[in-house]
Design a binder for this molecule. Structure first.
Ligand code: WT7
Length: 647
């Protein structure tokens, strides 16, 4: 573990919203009296009917219920757009930077208002109403933000599916929430390559028995796609028929804002449900304090809106704060590995938020591609998605930020809606690799396997003792699964699924998932999902999937595969299986290594012992533990002998 500590520079302590003393007192107040604290900060958004109640939450087993500001009435799009028109209508709301460096576009708050209202009217004309689900399957183009806000304006619930997911994955998500309307594009464009989004939508709908009534197609590349008459419409044609005025629906604080599917340790992805009031208060407050956002800043989060980071920190948090947020269609290494830094110079970005996997891959290209750019506009850096190793942290700090920009290492999850553990740049000293301290109102605890709360410096599992406004409210259509997944391991507490260490300063160090979830390049993948994709292949009889340490991705996907009797374990089949999983789930689920295993280590009752498979994948042959309880201890020798290695 890194011992290095970076103190808060005095100019940061002076200029930022909070210094350390301020943090301490605000934090103490926030956990002592959440009603008073959030009652005050809830006013940061505009309400049509102000709330009189603040916190009404229970983590009690069997009765988990989470409500914040429950009698307040508001609208998220009104807060992200309309309320800024009078004071900053001509300020840029969204800077869009295309895949190609020759393409970019500035959208003012006034233009945003007009675009959102038009899209809302197009949806309304197709019967979309408050409470209806709308699936968004778009590339990183401004229409993705317009679509989110248009749904919010109508009180419809959006479910964004990342453009890298396959037709199968898309179909599952559309069917689970019963979307009758999909917003997509003809094709996406990433790193100069086309992604057949509309064709994927067609393939997905073919699998859904109840079908989909409307597909709205944004022209991105102009590529030729099939259009089903009566169902499909080009967005520009539909938009030409409507006005840019659309009233904002009055929405209750606890009405749903969006569903976002995320992988768990078992079964199919869960529809994480976030609601309106608490979510927006939390997203906007964290965005302001953690990134020390001030008017005039140009803020860039490199995530995709297909993930929660894009929801909270490209769209909702920044726009609620009236910020200028940059939206990037491309990838870090196209057309060159200087792209991030070129974009920072081009648009004078002052706050930059990205993922450790991007930093590690750019680090490999050396310092020159960074140093040939200026980056003089930068003042703050952020990291999210997975633990950042101290080497990558130091490189980010020294080479990218020239030792002038604090780094906020922000820990959170799809489920948490916003950042829970993070430095505040004017208040918190930095330790490379540590997410440091809880945000206001967040009560982390470290527990042992039995649930005993550990004190002081310790290591164990991370739980949160009480609710915060941005927390997910339920699993869409399955409240029991919500309770089971998050509140049954340690009854009365929210279990994060992460392991963590707390040091003598009370700083938190997230050590990674302790369940069967793996984190590949900051993307969450359930091992069970990859396994079921593999066993769906006709030549596969059994599969077990684990994570292994990967230099760039953080974790890679390691699959042990047992073939049907008589099938040959060839190199060709290995490639076929990788392609198969890509097709079934999407490229992010491609196994990095496949080991053909004649047998898997099982207990006498037939349970696969993943602990052993994990150790083998991690090259920890000495610490396999007790293998004597295996039905056939001999399989372990074979597994070790044929360990795949191509790192
Ligand atoms: C998991 C949640 C939250 C936005 C992106 C990921 C890991 C996330 C950090 C961090 C260490 C982190 C955790 C968490 N994670 N941020 N700063 N340090 N680990 O959202 O897909 O829901 O994944 O990502 O393991 O549980 P997600």
């Amino acid at each position: 573990m890194s011992e290095k500590v970076y103190d808060v520079p005095s100019e940061w302590a002076h200029k930022a919203y909070v210094d350390d003393a301020h943090y301490q007192s605000m934090y103490a107040a926030s956990v002592k009296d959440p009603d008073a604290f959030w009652g005050e900060h809830g006013k940061r958004i505009d309400w049509f009917t102000p709330y009189t109640k603040v916190k009404n939450t229970s983590y009690d087993p069997g009765h988990v219920s989470i409500k914040w500001f429950e009698d307040g009435v508001t609208n998220v799009a009104y807060n992200c757009v309309d309320r800024h028109l009078e004071t900053r209508g001509d300020q840029v709301a969204i800077i869009w930077e295309g895949d190609s460096p020759d393409e970019s576009r500035n959208i003012t708050y006034r233009e945003l208002s007009s675009e959102v209202n038009k899209l809302a009217n197009v949806l309304r004309n197709r019967g979309v109403e408050k409470g209806d689900r709308v699936t968004i399957y778009l590339p990183m183009i401004p229409e993705a933000a317009f679509a989110m806000l248009a749904c919010a304006r109508l009180g419809a619930i959006h479910s964004i599916v990342f453009g890298g997911f396959s037709p199968d994955s898309l179909a599952g998500r559309v069917a689970d929430c019963g979307s009758k309307c999909i917003i997509t594009a003809d094709e996406g464009l990433r790193g100069g390559r086309k992604v057949p989004l509309k064709a994927n939508v067609d393939a997905a709908i073919a699998q859904i028995p109840e079908g989909v009534d409307h597909v709205i197609v944004v022209r991105r590349t102009g590529g030729k796609v099939d259009m089903t008459p009566g169902r499909d419409v080009y967005y520009d044609e539909a938009a030409a028929m409507v006005t840019d005025e659309c009233p904002a629906e009055h929405v209750n604080a606890e009405d749903p804002l969006f569903i976002l599917y995320t992988s768990g340790s078992t079964g199919k992805p869960k529809g994480v449900l976030h609601t309106t009031g608490g979510y927006l208060v939390y997203a906007s407050m964290t965005h302001q304090y953690i990134f020390d956002y001030h008017p005039g800043d140009i803020y860039w989060c490199t995530a995709d809106v297909g993930w929660v980071t894009g929801h909270s920190y490209i769209v909702y948090g920044p726009l609620a704060n009236g910020a200028t947020t940059l939206m990037f269609e491309g990838i870090p290494n196209y057309p060159t590995v200087s792209r991030f830094w070129d974009v920072i110079d081009k648009h004078k970005v002052s706050i930059f938020y990205t993922a450790p996997t991007a930093i590690r891959s750019l680090m490999q290209a050396g310092e020159e591609p960074v140093k040939r750019t200026s980056r003089a506009s930068l003042r703050l850096l952020g990291s999210v998605g997975e633990p950042i190793n101290p080497e990558a942290w130091e490189w980010y700090y020294r080479v990218v930020g020239e030792e002038r920009c604090p780094i906020v290492d922000t820990w959170w999850q799809t489920e948490t809606g916003g950042i829970l553990i993070t430095p505040l740049p004017g208040a918190t000293k930095l330790k490379p690799g540590s997410a440091t301290r809880p945000f206001f109102g967040v009560m982390p605890e470290v527990v042992d396997a039995e649930g005993k709360v550990l004190e002081g410096a310790c290591e164990g599992n991370l739980v949160i003792a009480d609710s915060w406004p941005g927390q997910m409210r339920t699993v869409y259509g399955d409240h029991e699964r919500f309770e089971q997944t998050y509140f049954s391991t340690y009854p009365g507490k929210y279990f994060t699924g992460d392991g963590c260490r707390r040091d003598a300063d009370g700083f938190y160090w997230i050590t990674g998932r302790v369940d069967d979830v793996i984190n590949v390049s900051g993307h969450r993948m359930g091992t069970a999902e990859v396994e079921s994709a593999l066993v769906a292949h006709p030549k596969v009889s059994e599969a077990a999937v684990v994570g292994f340490p990967h230099d760039i991705k953080g974790q890679g996907i390691y699959a042990y595969v047992t073939l049907m009797d008589g099938e040959e374990p060839t190199e060709e089949l290995r490639k076929e299986l990788v392609a198969w999983v890509r097709r079934e789930i999407g490229p992010i689920a491609s196994p990095d290594l496949i080991q053909f295993a004649p047998g898997l280590p099982k207990t006498r009752s037939g349970k696969i012992m993943r602990r052993i498979l994990r150790k083998i994948a991690e090259d920890q042959f000495e610490s396999l533990g007790d293998t004597s309880t295996l039905a056939d201890p001999g399989v372990v020798e074979d597994l070790i002998h044929n360990r795949q290695n191509k790192r």
